[in-house]
Design a protein around this ligand. Structure first.
Ligand SMILES: [Zn+2]
Length: 105
């Protein structure tokens, strides 16, 4: 797992699904490990919500470093995209993992 993480460039977004295939661990286990690592500040977590603009090219994505911020944003905007007014896709909140640059030295 360490080796796999070291092969990822700093500030790259890590997809738990891709990583779990690489390290041959179940997705749930991989996600647990990534969350543990994020508590140790080895990797960063980003929460991403997109809007449901019917034209896929015009869908907006909003990224937050804390789940709290994301929830606040969704409630504050009345579950609507501030850019186009489409509903926010709150059923599909994505979690992205990012390798912190300073931790790799
Ligand atoms: Zn939008």
């Amino acid at each position: 797992m360490n080796e796999e993480l070291n092969s990822i460039n700093p500030n790259d977004v890590v997809s738990p699904r891709l990583l779990s295939r690489k390290v041959k661990l179940p997705l749930a286990t991989t996600e647990e490990i990534l969350i543990d690592l994020s508590y140790e500040k080895i990797i960063g977590v980003k929460y991403i919500v997109t809007c449901r603009n019917p034209q896929e090219d015009f869908q907006h994505a909003f990224t937050f470093s804390q789940r709290k911020e994301l929830v606040k944003f969704i409630l504050l905007k009345g579950r609507k995209c501030p850019d186009c007014g489409s509903p926010l896709n709150t059923d599909d909140i994505r979690v992205a993992f990012i390798i912190m640059e300073q931790q790799l030295t």
